[in-house]
Write a protein that binds this ligand. Structure first.
Ligand code: 2P0
Length: 340
């Protein structure tokens, strides 16, 4: 972020909105845990109807940074990842003030589903804009990555690829859009299988997975997954997308189940839905994925939509129906920016 510009505005306040994203070729494993630098590239799509909206205010009078989510004050000792983002902004702008962030998830789900991606993306964009920091999309993606790796992919629009990068400082580790949302307007269903909090954080699980005897094979296979997924997306090849999603997701879960101690993210209902979609995908254009949790995300083409929707209703679980979403937007720019 060496070439960034900043003009400290009078009113240090801005609001940003970001979408959750779901990976087709997943990020799993870090070459640097402090900077959330991955071993390999990942590819995902934003989910139009799962959003976080965050307002950031830089304030002289406060002694410490603070964050509330849906009105709940996050304990100060758990702000570590957000502090990395705010300290980076302070060092780039020279601002010495504290940042107060209030964040709202629109998720009708109670699981915190993919909330770290949209959460850190919105927080980074709001805090940077409020500080008058004019970052390129890549720089903003790198900044969001400091909060949560997957947040890097919630900055650009539509279908995105996070380039792992090679540099030790992470300045080349950011996401870019590979296709806009309307490139391939698939239907997205996010099925809420589990209501409980996750039993293990993604960071811990990624680390633990390296104890699996299959880790070297996984690393080699998963390193090729982004290219395969990107080609499927660019060619709108649903059969290839299905192969990319099912292979990549199930390799991750197989890895998790074979590490020590083993991790099983599935709930019984996840398996039921997975089996159903695997069977259906042989006949219609539908596929699914599962992240580090029990929820299932289903994608389908227009032709398959009526059947898929009926089947999803029949599962009897809450779900969000959506489309491929846009990138982060800053809605209330500081005065010096809004006049541009
Ligand atoms: C992904 N996941 O690509 C993968 C697939 C979960 C399974 O990125 O430690 O919350 O904050 O960088 O981004 C979830 O991990 O992890 C995730 P940190 P993050 O979407």
């Amino acid at each position: 972020m060496s070439d960034t510009q900043h003009n400290i505005p009078n009113e240090l306040k801005a609001t940003a909105k970001a979408h959750a994203n779901i990976a087709v070729a997943k990020y799993w494993g870090k070459r640097n845990s402090d900077l959330n630098l991955p071993f390999f590239d990942s590819v995902s799509f934003n989910v139009e109807d799962l959003t976080t909206e965050t307002t950031a205010v830089w304030n002289e009078d406060d002694f410490r940074d603070a964050l509330s989510i849906n009105g709940w004050q996050v304990p100060e000792h758990t702000l570590g990842r957000l502090t990395r983002i705010l300290n980076t902004i302070r060092s780039l702008t020279g601002i010495t003030k504290r940042c107060i962030l209030s964040s709202k998830n629109n998720f009708p789900l109670s699981t915190g589903l993919a909330s770290s991606a949209s959460g850190y993306a919105a927080a980074a964009a709001a805090a940077a804009a409020a500080a008058g920091l004019e970052l390129s999309e890549s720089e903003l993606s790198s900044l969001a990555r400091l909060g949560s790796g997957s947040a890097a992919r919630s900055i650009p629009a539509g279908w995105t690829r996070w380039h792992a990068g090679n540099l030790e400082d992470g300045s080349d580790s950011h996401a870019v859009s590979i296709a806009p949302p309307d490139h391939w307007p698939l239907h997205v269903f996010v099925i809420q299988v589990s209501e409980g909090p996750k039993s293990i954080s993604s960071s811990e699980a990624m680390q633990q997975c390296q104890s699996s005897p299959y880790w070297p094979t996984y690393l080699q296979q998963a390193s090729q997954a982004a290219d395969f997924a990107q080609n499927a997306i660019l060619q709108r090849d649903f059969a290839a997308l299905t192969e990319a999603m099912h292979t990549n997701a199930l390799q991750l879960h197989a890895l998790a189940m074979t590490c020590n101690p083993p991790i099983c993210f599935f709930a019984p209902k996840s398996i039921e839905i997975l089996q159903h979609i695997l069977r259906a995908s042989r006949g219609i254009q539908v596929c699914c994925t599962l992240d580090a949790g029990a929820n299932v995300v289903v994608l389908c083409e227009e032709t398959a939509y009526p059947f898929v929707k009926n089947d999803i209703i029949a599962f009897g679980l809450p779900f969000v129906q959506s489309r491929i979403g846009g990138g982060v937007t800053v809605q209330a720019k500081p005065p010096h920016l809004s006049s541009e």
